[in-house]
Design a protein around this ligand. Structure first.
Ligand SMILES: Nc1ncnc2c1ncn2[C@@H]1O[C@H](COP(=O)(O)OP(=O)(O)OP(=O)(O)O)[C@@H](O)[C@H]1O
Length: 618
């Protein structure tokens, strides 16, 4: 008799069907009627295995959290490995570590490491990105033979791929080799699929099985069993709620920590302890740079320096120099030695923000730095230096799309994609909005020495109702604006809903405001100043008057007459007194002066001013 259970994409249906199937299996076994599809009887161990599987499913279903359910699963998998007489797997191998990874395609959502009795510390278990990239590419169980550096696909004919060989599908870096070397002899990676067969994560088991090096270990039959167990447990496991909020202690680096952020903070706290590169992705303004600093404070390097290299604010031609530093004479105008970010971060952490902006040649330099932990200061003939630095990198773009577009090196991507964490947008953690708003209001009242300001409840509700595409940065701007408006209105130190509504009315996130345009123009001006000639002649701030000149020039170009143009920009009185020609001539001179200076700066070359800026640093 064949029984087919058809189930929809609902956990309840699937688990009920599973239970029914196991019950039938059990009673058939008891009645001695169990037959394989080909007519042979099942090996005696198979029904016993299903009984154990059923117990596991009950334990997973009753687990109070995803974390507890994951540990149940890993313990059960280890049990299947140890107690494997029926499966004829070689004995003498120990399961040392296990881990359940819950991941989206680009970032970790949860990581549950587990050390078995004989193993080391669970906190040591951090998987590399490569395991994930392989399992997501092939969506089947894989074994890594860490001694022979081979990936083995145990199903089918046990296809082996040399990790050392240049294989199109495999990204292998020296660090992976090092990483694999120091772990157990074999790593089994099992995909974790949800009910719709989408890849939701992976389960890894590490074996200490030195006498199995070169063998397909664990043997394919055991791998198949373990995968069956994972497949059966997955629907229940994936629907277990996260562990109850343990609450993160807030401090000045982490002023707010709402329930939605708890899993992210747990991951960051766990990853902070490691030396591997941490990748923080997330929309602009979500607080990545502050979280990087928080991670540093949680790390064993907390007493060392925390350095930031914000690539957004550095001209591309200076990326390498600012990262590595330079020696006197390294290039024209380099009149003194200047430390780079790597040496300033020695013994601590270097946060490289907007990593996607990294110039092509610096990408190669950073790759070598991450691989070998060595770097060379520009113009230094004394050889390479050792970098004792933990790297955290930040981006607000999808780095893989940059790789696919050929703008970011694939090997560097895999090298920095070791511990990827996605910082949720503020709209996804609206449970934090009120606390952030209170914190920001207190901060700006304190900065202005303006007393003890509070939001009314309805004002906070109004903020919670909004969407925040600019995230914490936008909320901060709105809170500051609200505070200014409320103070101008007079009365007691309370921000009302009406204040909030007025401040919000000035927000138009889709169209950049005049302030945004001015900020951008100021940024461009400062960038140009940074690329000055290195002889102590920075781009004079007075040249910024050219901006007013441009405004007047545009007004004249866009208006039917000069008189109307001057009226438009509030200078109508000059027309009355016939002074406007002089004013317009001055505007054109300002523009011409800036353009002349700009041409000179470009002709001088980019490195010189950097040197000038750092003159006296050593
Ligand atoms: N821990 C914090 N303490 C105080 N303010 C914070 C904190 N985190 C975020 N903010 C507020 O949010 C703003 C943006 O934070 P941050 O610069 O860290 O974001 P980001 O994600 O690194 O942005 P970008 O991608 O644009 O570099 C800060 O200017 C500050 O106003």
């Amino acid at each position: 008799m064949t029984l087919v259970f058809r189930v929809g994409s609902c956990t309840e249906c699937a688990t009920t069907a599973q239970s029914a199937a196991f019950d039938i299996l059990q009673s058939s076994r008891q009645a001695g009627r169990l037959r394989h599809a080909n007519g042979s009887t099942f090996p005696s161990g198979v029904p016993a295995m299903y009984a154990r599987l059923r117990q596991l499913l009950e334990r997973v279903a009753n687990a109070s959290s995803f974390e507890q359910a994951s540990v149940e699963l890993m313990e059960a998998l280890a049990g299947f490995c140890r107690n494997n007489d029926d499966l004829e797997a070689p004995r003498g191998a120990e399961v040392v570590h296990g881990s359940v990874h819950l991941r989206s395609s680009r970032a970790y959502r949860r990581l549950i490491p587990h050390a078995f009795a004989t193993g080391g510390k669970a906190g040591d278990v951090v998987r590399s990105a490569e395991l994930w990239s392989w399992v997501s590419r092939w969506r089947r169980a894989l074994i890594i033979d860490t001694a022979l550096l081979q990936v083995i696909i145990p199903s089918g004919d046990g296809e082996r791929m040399d990790l050392d060989a240049s294989h199109d599908d495999i990204e292998l870096t020296a660090s992976v080799r090092r990483y694999l070397d120091q772990q157990a002899s074999h790593i089994l990676v099992l995909p974790l699929l949800d009910l719709s067969q989408a890849l939701a994560g992976m389960v890894t088991l590490e074996f200490d099985a030195a006498d199995q090096i070169g063998e397909v270990f664990p043997p394919p039959a055991l791998v198949e069993t373990l995968q069956t167990v994972v497949d059966a447990a997955a629907p229940r496991l994936l629907t277990r709620p996260p562990r109850a909020n343990q609450g993160f202690e807030t401090d000045e680096l982490l002023p707010v920590a709402g329930p939605t952020m708890t899993p992210v903070l747990e991951l960051l706290a766990a990853f902070a302890r490691h030396g591997e590169t941490l990748l923080l992705s997330g929309q602009t303004g979500t607080g990545k740079s502050r979280l990087a600093r928080w991670c540093h404070a949680q790390s064993p390097r907390a007493d060392g320096p925390f350095e930031v290299l914000d690539l957004m604010t550095i001209p591309e031609t200076m990326h390498m120099a600012r990262l590595m530093g330079w020696k006197r004479g390294a290039f024209t105008g380099a009149t003194s030695n200047v430390d780079g970010a790597v040496s300033r971060a020695h013994g601590g952490t270097l946060f490289i923000d907007e990593i996607d902006k990294l110039s092509a040649d610096t990408q190669a330099g950073l790759l070598q730095l991450l691989e070998d932990r060595s770097y060379r200061v520009l113009g230094d003939n004394g050889g390479d230096r050792r970098a004792d630095v933990r790297f955290i990198v930040g981006t607000n773009v999808d780095l893989m799309s940059q790789v696919e577009a050929g703008r970011f090196r694939r090997d560097l991507y895999y090298r920095i994609h070791v511990l990827p964490v996605q910082v949720p947008a503020l709209d996804e953690r609206s449970d934090e909005i009120a606390d952030w708003a209170r914190f920001m209001l207190a901060r700006c009242s304190q900065q202005l020495d303006a007393g003890d300001w509070k939001f009314s409840e309805s004002a906070l509700l109004e903020l919670e109702k909004q969407s925040w595409p600019g995230n914490l940065r936008q909320l901060d701007n709105v809170v500051r604006r609200t505070h200014i408006m409320a103070r101008a209105r007079g009365g007691e130190a309370a921000v009302t809903r009406a204040d909030v509504l007025r401040a919000l009315a000035m927000e138009n996130p889709t169209a950049p405001s005049i302030s945004d345009h001015l900020r951008r123009a100021a940024h461009a001006f400062v960038q140009l100043a940074l690329t000055g000639d290195g002889h102590g002649r920075p781009l004079n701030l007075e040249l910024a008057d050219a901006f007013a000149g441009h405004v007047l020039d545009q007004a004249v170009k866009c208006s039917p007459s000069k008189a109307k143009a001057f009226d438009l920009v509030g200078l109508g009185n000059l027309v009355e007194h016939k002074n406007h020609y002089r004013r317009y001539r001055k505007a054109q001179e300002d523009i011409a002066a800036l353009e002349r200076r700009e041409a000179q700066v470009h002709a001088m070359g980019p490195l010189a001013s950097e040197e000038a800026k750092h003159r006296g640093a050593d």
